[in-house]
Ligand binder design. Sequence first.
Ligand SMILES: [Fe+2]
Length: 330
Amino acid sequence: MDATAATTADAAGAPAIEQLGYLVFEVSDLAAWEAFATGVLGLAVARRGPRGLALRMDGHAQRFFLVEGPADDLAAVGWQVADEAGLEAVAARLRAAGHDVVEEPAEVAAARGVVRLLSTVDPGGVRVELVFGPAMADAPFASPLVPSGFVADGHGLGHLVVSTGDDAATGAFYQQLLGFRLSDRIVCQFYGFDVDITFLHTNARHHSLAFGGKQPKRLHHFLLEVGSLDDVGAALDRCAAAGVRIAQSLGRHPNDRMVSFYALTPSGFQFEYGTGGRLVDDASWQPTIHDRISEWGHHPPERYVPRRPRPPRPDPERDGTPGADGRTTP
Ligand SMILES: [Fe+2]
């Protein structure tokens, strides 16, 4: 089956996004989020502001922005281009296709720690911020919770899966206008639901963005990749200790080969925490369609809970004969 025949073709020569630069979440419980982000995910507070805070995970000064508010959802996605010429090229292509592109004031760019920021909205209603020139941190990132470190820097902060009411329109927006390339699709049934997810890459990371239909929130999940399986296991233990609800057990995806688990953030959308994601070489990559979400695992945790064991039946030979007081004698 030819995946490209059923999905928007990649646009030759389209200006390319370099990487997933940052995510902005509007969160109703900032204190819970700070404790979760630092104590469970292993991120670090980079800066505090009047309505929120910024977090870091690698050489970038800021990778996540938490803004206090009722939405408990994705507020914006920062896609980073290489330079000002790249930013202009992306904006020109968007405008030529009829999209509004807004030049945000310098103070908005400064708050995100970038040189310049243009904004638009994708077909699923996600605010897209196109930026270049991110501020870099003064010191290398190191977390005692994640000794192997996060796999980020030039590969971007991770990936995200967004909601869309129109897969074809979303595919066209990201592939034709922003220069994303098709990695593959997963088309299958998963616990009775029809699944059809499209995965796009914009650097060597297998996918920086995926989408597949409408979700209750704009964001289904974001991924953090760490350098070792031990650090995934340790994160799983921190979830258990902190009472973080696991959504999908440890498992391995067939397309990006990531070994990961899924759990709920304090805002209700999910995060994926994994290791060992494969890299894509555009010179030789052939998009395919996979017929399962996971090679193994990624089940709801309830699937692993055994039925309560039955009490053993009385066995006089084993347990002795009940005495007058009802007790047994050995
Ligand atoms: Fe994922």
